[in-house]
Structures are given as structure tokens and as C-alpha cells.
Design a protein around this ligand. Structure first.
Ligand code: ADP
Ligand code: MG
Length: 696
């Protein structure tokens, strides 16, 4: 009932909104009371942390309130903008060294502001670049006298034009919520409300917008974070419970003799982690249910071998196996390596990429359609679209750090009988993996092969180039090899070509004129690429200048130096991948990150992290922190959920609770028959996702 009403609620009739503001809100996606209530504050100022200006002390983090008494620009050693505020008990000056024009127009004498930041003392108390918020008229008194916690909302230009700011939002919510609770139904199951001590939904809305005290505010925030995770996890649980009965998969019962042979002939011992993961995969493949497994392992942890073993199981059981790589060059590299491993065992390997001619393609199609056991390797799209693999028993997707969740879902839909193994090189924390891949089983190679070299990572500015070249010459003179990598200027292999090509011509004529220099980029023909790679592998090329096509998979143990030009243009995961190309042999290895002197703050942080750690988990976590959830996963393309208030990085514990509760609930009530309000809520507010689930 209440939910119905929400849907037709017109925000313009809410006190303080009116038709104009309702329209602007609607354009921002806020149409209903439900939407409005879910427009959560971006931060709070707690009065208990506010001090008066006679209590200021240097080096304290505080919030103060005051009236702007003066504004202006001064020319010290640097130009800066300042305001002076007073609360009748003392004075404080706030300074901004950047965006002076912006601040000049923002602050006016006579207005009230709150400032938060660290206090310093220089001829008087100061705050440099404080957080600031402008306060509405009269709010100061209320704030000081009633002990409220103030909510602050994010705004936009459009909001501002119709007078929607934190102050007006606070008034709207005060009118809406202060004397009564909002008309929303409690849909969370009673037992969870009790066990997780959730604030009732209506109360939680009141407390999140007009908090009475810190404790209730925290409870309200907890409730909504929990709710957000719970909804997502419930969807995953329902999806899993109602998956269309997949056709039976294959039972790969026959013991793979080729696997045994490969294992006994390895030039090294497999790590315990590799062995464990092979066992997990073998168990899956034995079952009649199609495997759906994610294999996580840091760069160099030896995922390829595990994949090859899985493919051999399929082959020895009379089926075909396919391996899909994200780029052509990686497909070629895999082809090269895997052929070496399995051809001695009598397994045919076929390569299919963009460079494969129509004629070759027809031959391949003819061959694969015969259904003979074989391994086919290629780029994602190609294998997927253009091959008939009548006896496909296993698909391995080497997706490295690209998270094509939706793409994969489509693939799995289409070819449901085959087992699917997805390999990713970004080791993401377990709770995150659960969110990202709720419906996959997960295997982790959490151990590196022994004797892996630590790669000494240095960060150098461009003016150090002569020294760096000198260093490379010295190393190459002693028989080692080097990569010099140029960044992708844009998401295009065309644009990055120029920088690398120019560098190749320049360096091979000057700095490295006495050395054998090669150039590798994505636009070379497959045969040319392969020729260059194998010449590099044989040390007939000593210095390989390259675009990021070498990012993944390439394996030349004698290469000990990696110079990354314009390292600031790379993301952390990408730098980590690139660095993984060296440190693969016995020689001491170096990764040199070369950047201009002037770097943004985030880029500086990335460089520092790279010099400090080589742990893929730490790097992935930092990457997430720096880039945020949406950017890291590319939420839109990847089909990853977007969170309003919950943060999967910092709220992992709440996520775990919600997941446990959601799966438990669905286990006992897969049709939500005993949870009608919950079912109705999902059908109203998460319609799109619910439609994907086959629950009738
Ligand atoms: P990634 O997990 O990054 O794909 P690869 O599968 O390319 O790593 O393996 C990197 C290198 O390590 C390869 O040369 C491979 O032969 C080697 N390798 C794999 N497993 C082991 C092991 N247990 N001991 C030593 N070397 C190994
Ligand atoms: Mg690999």
C-alpha cells in the first residue's frame, strides 16, 4: 500500500519544494518520496566538535562557526585569498592559495560559515584550505542552542539556480520528518531487524537527515549500508536459486594421462597453491554441473600452467578446449607457450586471431567441426563468434584485469554445457570478489613460485634520462635485456604508436646506436610480432621498445630492466602488470618509472606505492582506494552495482553480514512467500534486476 503511494507521490507538494524545484530534482533522478529520502547527506557537522574562537589552539583539528568580517587578496610569497571570521569571542583567518577567483566570488562579508580543518598560528590563528560550508540565516543560533548535527548535501549548478542547497534541503527534511515519521513500509524481515539491531526504516530516514545524536546517526547509516548490500546479495542469492536449469554439463571422469605426464616432466615443482587449485578444478570438472570458476592469481603466479592442465583434462576426455585472450599478442604468446607444453603430448593447438586469413579460417572451421580433441587459442571475439566447436568442453577466459562481467554472462548463457574457467590477474579482496562475482566459485593462487626476484623499483624524473640510458647500456653490455615502454595516449593502439616509433628511430640512432634495438606495437602483423618476440627471446634484440602490448603474458627471463616512460599516465594495476615482465629470471631486476617533475597528487601517490610494494593484493587495494569503486571496475560496462552509501572497500564486514543473511533467507524461502513486503519492495525498486530472475 505505502509503496504504491510512493510511486505517485509528487514532490512538488512537499513543503519547501514546489513545481520548479520538483522539476530540477526530477531531472537529477529524484522523482518520488522514496528517491528524496534516499538522497543521503554527503557529510555531517557535529556540534559537539564545534568550538568557539576563544578556544583555538594550534595543531588541533576543529570546526568553528563565524560571521565573515573581511575578505581579500594578499600578495605574500605567493598570492592568496583570505577571509576573516568572528563569532564575537575571537577571530580566525582562513587562506586559499588556489582557485582564488572562485573563492573571491563565493564568500561575502556578513555571511555565516562553518570551517573545519587544522589550526595553525602565524601572527594570529589561521586555517589553510579548510573545509567550508555556508550556513543559512538563523541556523547558527539553532545549531548552537539545540545541539543538532547538521547534514550537508551535494549540489549542482542546476540545484543552485533554484535555491536547492544544504540549507534548503535541511529545511525540507525538517518539515518532512521532524514531527512525524515518513510513510514508508518496513520491508526487512523481522528476524534480521532483531538480529542486526536495525533501526526501523522510517526512523532511520529521520535520523539520517535530521540526526538527534551521534549514536542514532551511526545506527541509521549502518541500516542503510546494510540494506544496500542486502538487496544486492539477495538478488545474487535469488539468481543462484532460480537459475534456469542449465543443461547437464560433462562429467570428465577419465583420469588425464597427459596431465600426469606434463606434471612429471615439469622443469620445476608446482607450488602448493597451484596444486590445490588444479584439484579444485578437477573436482568441478568431474561433476555433471557445468563449472563456473574464477581463478585469481597475481602476475607471475603461474595461472597458465593451471589452465593448461584443465584443458588437458577436457582433451583426454575426448573434448575440445578453448582459451580466449584479451589481445592478439597475448593470444599469440599463449599459443607459442602452450604448444611447447602440449604438442609433445600429441595435442593439436590452433591459433585464431584477427590476422588469420579467411582461407585459414575456413580450414580451421573444417578441422574443428570434425570434433577431434584439440586446443584452440584466440582473442575473445573471434573464437566466440566465428567458430563451430561442436565438442567444446572447456572455455578458459584469460581476462587479466579487465572485468567484463556482463560479456562473460552472455557467453555462459550461449554455451551452457561447457565448463568455464575465468582467470584474472588482479587479486581483489575476498569480500569484493563476492560482490563482483557473486555467482562464481573462486580459486586463489596465493603463493608465488620460489626464487622469484624482487624487482627494485625506482621513480625518476625526466632530467635523469642520460643516467638511465647509461644504466641500461651497462646492463645490456653484461648480457641482459631491457624493455622501454611507452603509454597508450588514448584507448587506441594507433595514437600510442607515434611516441614509440619516434623513440625507436631516435634512440636507435643515438643513445643505443651500438645495440640491437627492436620495436613492437599492436599494429604489426601477427607474423612480424611473433618474429620480433622470438628474436627478443633469443637475445637477438637487446632493447625492446614497445607500446603497452607487452603488458600481459610476455615471458623473457633474461630481460631485467623495464623503463616505463610517462609512468604517470598508467594506472596502478597496469604498472604492476608491466613490472611483472621483469624479475622472471635469476638476474637482479629493475623497474624505472620515469615521469615529469610536476605531477598531480594522485599520480605521485601511485609512483610511491609502486616503489614501496610488489604485493598485488596491496596494489589492488590501493588502486581501488585511489580510483574509487566505479572507476576501478568500470561499473557501467562491467555490470557492477553502484553504491550510494555503502562502501565495499571499507564496509567489508557489513557486506559479509548482509551476504550471510541474504543467502540464509533464500535458502529457507526461495520464493520469498513468507516475506511479501520484501518481495514487493524488490519488485518496485529493483525492477530491472528482478526481471532477470526467473521467480514465479
Ligand atoms: P601468470 O599467472 O601471470 O599468467 P604465468 O602462467 O605466465 O603467470 O607464469 C609465469 C612464469 O612462471 C612462466 O614462465 C611459468 O612457466 C613459470 N612457472 C609457473 N609455475 C611455476 C612454478 N611452480 N615454479 C617455477 N616457475 C613456474
Ligand atoms: Mg598469464
Amino acid at each position: 500500500m505505502a509503496e504504491k503511494k510512493e510511486k505517485t507521490y509528487e514532490l512538488q507538494f512537499i513543503k519547501g519544494i514546489g513545481p520548479k524545484r520538483a522539476e530540477v530534482l526530477a531531472r537529477a533522478g529524484i522523482n518520488t518520496l522514496h528517491d528524496l529520502l534516499n538522497f543521503f547527506p554527503r557529510k555531517y557537522v557535529d556540534r559537539s566538535k564545534i568550538i568557539t574562537l576563544d578556544q583555538l589552539q594550534a595543531d588541533q583539528e576543529v570546526t568553528v562557526l563565524g560571521r565573515i568580517e573581511a575578505v581579500g587578496i594578499r600578495h605574500g610569497r605567493r598570492r592568496y585569498f583570505y577571509i576573516v571570521i568572528s563569532d564575537g569571542k575571537g577571530l580566525l583567518e582562513a587562506l586559499w592559495f588556489n582557485s582564488i577567483d572562485y573563492f573571491k566570488n563565493l564568500f561575502k562579508v556578513g555571511e555565516w560559515v562553518s570551517l573545519s580543518g587544522k589550526v595553525s598560528f602565524y601572527l594570529g590563528f589561521q586555517m589553510v584550505h579548510p573545509d567550508y560550508d555556508r550556513l543559512g540565516e538563523g541556523e547558527l543560533d539553532k545549531l548552537l542552542n539545540t545541539g543538532k548535527i547538521l547534514a550537508f548535501y551535494s549540489g549542482s549548478e542546476a540545484f543552485k539556480r533554484v535555491g536547492l542547497n544544504s540549507y534548503t534541503f535541511r529545511r525540507i527534511f525538517f518539515n518532512l520528518l521532524h514531527d512525524r515519521l515518513p510513510d514508508v513500509e518496513e520491508y526487512m524481515p523481522q528476524e534480521i531487524q532483531v538480529s542486526r539491531q536495525l533501526l526501523p526504516r522510517a526512523e532511520a530516514y529521520r535520523e539520517i537527515h535530521i540526526p538527534q545524536d551521534q549514536r542514532l546517526l551511526e545506527k541509521a547509516i549502518y541500516r542503510f549500508k546494510y540494506e544496500e548490500f542486502f538487496q544486492l546479495q539477495l538478488m545474487l542469492a535469488l539468481q543462484r536459486a532460480h537459475q534456469k536449469a542449465r543443461p547437464m554439463g560433462f562429467t570428465f571422469n577419465k583420469k588425464s594421462e597427459r596431465l600426469e605426464k606434463l606434471y612429471h616432466n615439469l622443469p620445476f615443482e608446482m607450488t602448493e597453491a597451484q596444486k590445490r587449485v588444479v584439484r579444485e578444478i578437477r573436482n568441478d570438472m568431474r561433476k555433471p554441473v557445468p563449472m563456473n570458476r574464477l581463478l585469481q592469481g597475481d602476475v607471475g603466479s603461474g595461472k597458465t600452467l593451471v589452465a593448461v592442465m584443465a584443458m588437458l583434462i577436457a582433451v583426454d576426455n575426448g573434448k575440445q578446449a578453448a582459451l580466449m585472450a584479451p589481445t592478439e599478442i597475448l593470444a599469440e604468446q599463449h599459443y607459442f607457450n602452450i604448444r611447447k607444453m602440449v604438442e609433445p603430448l600429441g595435442v593439436r593447438v590452433i591459433l585464431l586471431t584477427g590476422s588469420t586469413t579467411q582461407k585459414e579460417r575456413r580450414l580451421i572451421a573444417e578441422e574443428t567441426s570434425k570434433g577431434e580433441p584439440l586446443i584452440i587459442i584466440g582473442t575473445h571475439a573471434l573464437i566466440y563468434d566465428s567458430t563451430q566447436l561442436p565438442e567444446l568442453g572447456l572455455i578458459v577466459i584469460d581476462e587479466q584485469h579487465r572485468f567484463g562481467v556482463l560479456q562473460r554472462a552472455r557467453l555462459i548463457e550461449k554455451d551452457v554445457r561447457a565448463d568455464v574457467l575465468v582467470m584474472t590477474a588482479t587479486p581483489i579482496p575476498r569480500t569484493l570478489a563476492l560482490t563482483a562475482y557473486g555467482n562464481l566459485d573462486i580459486s586463489v593462487i596465493d603463493e608465488m613460485p620460489p626464487n622469484r626476484q624482487k624487482v627494485t623499483t625506482l621513480w625518476r624524473f625526466d632530467d635523469a634520462a642520460p643516467k638511465i640510458y647509461d644504466f641500461i647500456r651497462k646492463k645490456v653490455d653484461s648480457g641482459e635485456q631491457a624493455y622501454i615502454v611507452y603509454p597508450l595516449v588514448e584507448e587506441s593502439e594507433k595514437l600510442d604508436l607515434k611516441a614509440a616509433t619516434e623513440a625507436y628511430h631516435r634512440l636507435s640512432a643515438t643513445e643505443f646506436k651500438n645495440y640491437k634495438v627492436g620495436l613492437l606495437h599492436g599494429r604489426l602483423k601477427a607474423a612480424e610480432k611473433e618474429a620480433i618476440m622470438s628474436r627478443f627471446a633469443r637475445n637477438e634484440i637487446q632493447i625492446l621498445i614497445s607500446t603497452t602490448v607487452i603488458e600481459v603474458g610476455i615471458d623473457v627471463p633474461n630481460a631485467t630492466i623495464m623503463l616505463i616512460e610517462h609512468a604517470e599516465r598508467f594506472g596502478l594495476s597496469q604498472l604492476h602488470q608491466l613490472r611483472g615482465r621483469v624479475g622472471r629470471g635469476t638476474g637482479k631486476s629493475y623497474c624505472i618509472l620515469k615521469t615529469p617533475f610536476n605531477l598531480g597528487e594522485i599520480a605521485q601517490k601511485r609512483m610511491k606505492i609502486m616503489t614501496e610494494t610488489q604485493d598485488g593484493f596491496v596494489i589492488a587495494e590501493k588502486d581501488l582506494e585511489l580510483r574509487g569503486w566505479g572507476d576501478f571496475f568500470g561499473t557501467k560496462q562491467s555490470g557492477m552495482p553502484d553504491f550510494k552509501i555503502a562502501n565495499p572497500i571499507t564496509d567489508g564486514e557489513i557486506l559479509q553480514q548482509a551476504r550471510q543473511d541474504a543467502f540464509e533467507l533464500v535458502k529457507h524461502d526461495p520464493f520469498l512467500r513468507g516475506h511479501q513486503p520484501l518481495l514487493k519492495f524488490l519488485q518496485t525498486h529493483l525492477k530491472k534486476r528482478m526481471n532477470l530472475i526467473n521467480i514465479s
